[in-house]
Structure formats: structure tokens, C-alpha cells
Design a protein around this ligand. Sequence first.
Ligand code: ATP
Length: 618
Amino acid sequence: MTSGKINVTVENIFPLIKKFLYSDHEIFLRELISNATDATLKLKHLTTIGETNVEYGDPIIEVKIDKENKKLHIIDQGLGMTKDEVEKYINQVAFSGAEEFLEKYKDSAKDTGIIGHFGLGFYSAFMVADKVEIFTKSFKDEPAAHWTCDGSPEYTLEACDKTDRGTEIVLHIAEDSLDFLEDYKIRELLVKYNKFMPVAIKFGTHEEGEGDDKVLVDTIINNPSPAWTKQPADLNDEDYKNFYRELYPTQFEEPLFHIHLNVDYPFNLTGILYFPKLSADLQMQKDKIQLYQNQVFVTDNVEGIVPDFLTMLKGVIDSPDIPLNVSRSYLQADGNVKKISNYITRKVADKLKSLFNENREDFESKWNDIKIVLEYGMLSEEKFYEKANSFVLYPTVEDKFYTLEELKEATKDNQTDKDDNLVILYASNKDAQHSYIAAAKDKGYQVVLLDSPIVSHLIQKLESDNEKMTFVRVDADHINNLIKKDETEISRLSEDEQKSLQDIVENIVPKDKYTVKLEAMDSTAEPFIITQPEFMRRMKEMSQSGGGGMFGMGNFPEMYNLVVNTNSPLASNIISNTDEATRTESIKQAMDLAKLSQGLLKGEELTAFVKRNFNNLK
Ligand SMILES: Nc1ncnc2c1ncn2[C@@H]1O[C@H](COP(=O)(O)OP(=O)(O)OP(=O)(O)O)[C@@H](O)[C@H]1O
């Protein structure tokens, strides 16, 4: 037997390992199973290249709990180690690896980034065990070895009588980690980290069959060849849907479509992304994109790797080319990671384009579920914006879908104003803006429905990229002014009469909220109309939803115009009526009706309005 002292340079490494990443103790199992998988795949490689003629067979990795003796076993049938190799790989390589890792990250252990996802390796066993044993028999014709270490730098290494090839790691679970002797706990970890690892993992057994045919079979935790490792040509739609269910067993909604990622130059990346049906409550998205490295789960926080606007997608990406032991800011500056993020953006845009081209009707039916992602993408990724023009849709209030070019074509004859600007009218809420939409439709105008929360930012961008095109919400002005044409209505009131009308109305309407504007309109148009000027409203919205350059606008009071139609019978009545009480009453009534039609009559005012009108019916 050899015994020795591991060469400690970091002041006692074991307590450090125990403390390290306190919340992440569970990763020990992933590290040990990764080692077992590597050892198995290495042997497979050696047999395929003819380096050895041992029988590879159908190896599995087994995880076994021995609750009574407080032990956890991880057993593989991989290439094993000779005594010399244990000395070299465990006492030297693995130890110095762990040591270097700790030295580097002990101060940043609290960093919530990707740090700590990989690297501690074999010695992470000491996060949960106070004694670790290795029984290992190499595929080479040499005696088996037995290594023990009780958490002090001293270890023992001796020959043992293990006869079958491979390595068995035995963890003597520490008192404060007895959780890891619970079936459910280990199962949960295996499912979380090892669900798609490339070597079969056995955890327990279960019965299969009926009556006398009942047999005990191994319970295999993982699917060693998940869909993303296969060629797209070998998978059909059903396979993709099945994989979605495998990935998110608690998700019952089907995905809208998928994108298979598969590239090996200049970086290596595979994966499948899914466009989910987005629920109204975006905060509820608990199923996220999962990041793997060679089929080992790393994290479901893909911030910085997947472009922001795509983090609402679901699925898997697997790439060995993403550095993991680094902080988020370093990650974002990494050249490979940038390329990966650009590649994903391009693939998503290409897929959307082909869906649009292949089956436009289907694409239109999915529009409402995907628009937020696309609109956000147009705003945040210039490369996506450039491609998006050919498939992003602008639905009208009547559910007709246009691309921007089609919309321009459909509106240019009727909606170009006297200064040669194309005015695109839009509504953000079909019900609330109903009367304004109806007025626009009467004129034969198209009204598009833009109701996502970031629309004000998007139209701002579209305007700056499309000369002589402006977006105006239907309630931004009265109908004649929304798209200014040359014809002007003549006012029936004299200038003196207009002046007196203005004074009378201004005296009654609250000045801090409404600017009274007299307009000569068709006599059948509504006498009082409340409008909300486009510019102010848009800046306010942009400021409320973040950015937009109008810092602080979000707190501005709402400003409205009260447009009084000087050609309406009511306007004439107000002028000619000399009884102040009834005049005031009719202005208040007209004002309330205008508010009602803008959705502004609420609470106490609404109650008073209803009461007053019922009284009038008596
Ligand atoms: N189950 C095993 N079978 C055979 N060799 C093993 C096994 N576990 C560990 N080893 C050997 O010990 C070495 C060190 O393992 P350790 O987990 O510390 O680091 P690693 O796997 O090389 O890298 P990483 O830091 O990514 O885990 C391995 O490279 C391997 O040679």
C-alpha cells in the first residue's frame, strides 16, 4: 500500500471545497457522471480505432444508494485506471485542477453568473462526502487499484481485487448532506443534469409485464440520443413535437414551430429552438432554453448567448465552444459567443421567411403569438430588422394582413396628404377607439391594429427608416386633420362668433387638461371630439416603456385637445343660447359624451353622468 500527502498549496483545500458554491453542492453528481461518461466514450473510441481488442459491449453507468451505510456509488464500465494512472490523474492532475479552480474563483463564488458550472471535477465529491473511495480496474491487463481519502490531504492507494473493467466511486455522505441518500433527490438531479447524456444511466429497477411474465428491468434515466443530436433529414414534425414534450413534460401547449440548429464551422453548435405560444403573462414563462455541453446540462440561463429577443423561445442549444467559467460581461465580449448569437438570429430570420413564403395563411394565423418576439427583435437587433421587413405583418382592424410594402401600396392613393406624406393610421385598441376607427373607415382609410406594448418604439424606428411615411393613431386628431388634404371646409360662424364660442367653452372645460380647438368640419360630424396629439402621446408611451430619448416624459400629465366642430348644430346653439344655465348644461353634456367616446369618463364623473341622464328621462 502507498500512502501519501496530496501536495497542498492552497491553505487546506477541503474545507474550501465544502464551502464553495454553497447552493451548488448538487453539481458533484453531474461532475462524477460526466467523468464516467468520458471514461466510457474514451474506451469506445479506443475500440473503434483498433487500439484495443477488449469487448466494448453495451456499457451503462449505474448510480446506487446504500442508505444503511450512508454511501452513494457511481459505477461505470469505462476504460478504468491503473494504480499509476490514479496517482497521476487523481492525485496530481485532478487535484491541481481543483486547486487552480478554487484559487481562481473562491472570491467570486457568489457571482451568480455562469462561474462554477464546470471545472471543479472529481474533487467536487468532497462537497457532500467526508470520505471518498475509488475502486478501479483498467482495460489494460493490470491489477485493480483502491484509493481512499478522508477529506484531509492524506490519501492511501493500494491494489484490490476488483475484476470487472471500469471505475466505482464510493461517496461516504457527510452528516450535513444526507439528503443525497434520498431516492427522490438523486432522481431529481439525474433528470436535471443527465437526462440527455450519451451513455445509459441506470438508477434502480422496476417491474414490467403482467402476471407470470413480470420481469425486473433496469430503470434508465436518460435518453442517450436526443433529437438535437440527429440530422434534420431524419426527423419529422411529430419527432420534434415529441422532443418538446420530453424536454418540458409539464407543458401541454404545443409549440408553433421549430428551428433546427446545426453548424460545425467556425464553431460547433447543435440544438432545436421552438416558438411557443406566448401566454399573455410573459412573467409566467418558466420553461426556458436549456444550454448543454456535449449533452450535459449546464444552465437554463442563456442570457448573453442567445440574443435577448429570443430568450422567450424554448428548446435546447448544445455547444462546447461557449466558455463557462467566466463572468457574463466577459461572455458577451467573447468572439465565438458573438458569432453564435448572430448565427441564431440569422437562422431564426431564415426560418420565419421560409414559413411566410411556404404557407402565408398559416403564418398569418400564428402572427398574434409571435409578434412580440419579432417586434422586439426588430428593435434590438439591426441584422434581424433588415431581414424582418419581408415577413413582418401589419394586420388591419379587419384582420387583413399586409407586409409594410403591401401596406404602402394599398394606402398610397387615398392616404397621402397634401405634403406628399403617406399617413398610416393605426389603432391600439379596437373597442376603446371604435368611434375613431369608424370615422376613418367612412373615409375609406385602412386602419392597422398595433397593440403590442413596444409599438411606439417600433413605429418611431419605421418612420426614421422610411422617408415620407408617418404613423398616426386614429384618435390623434379629428378625421379631417389626420390626413390633411387640400380641401378646407368653410366655417359657418363669423370670426366674432368663433371667438365667443371659444371663450364660452374654455370657461367651462378644465384648461389644464384640454386645449380647445375650433374646426370647421362637416355639419354631420360630431360636435365635440377629444383627441390626443400623436407626438406627445407617443413620447410619453416610449418613456414609460423604457428609453425613447424623452426621459421623464412618463410622468407628464395626459394632454388632450377638445375639437369643437363650428359647423355643428350644437355650436350654433351655444352661440345663440342666452340662458347661461342651459348653455352650460349642454356643453357639459357634450363634453361628457366626447369623454365617453374616448373612454375617459370614469368613476365619480361617470356615476354623475348616468344619474343626470336618468333624471332627464323622468
Ligand atoms: N470514472 C473515471 N474513469 C476513468 N478515469 C477517471 C474517472 N474519473 C476521473 N478520471 C480521471 O481523472 C481525471 C481528472 O478528473 P476531473 O473530473 O477532476 O477532471 P476532468 O474530468 O479532466 O476535467 P473537468 O474539470 O472538466 O471535470 C480525468 O481526466 C480522468 O483521467
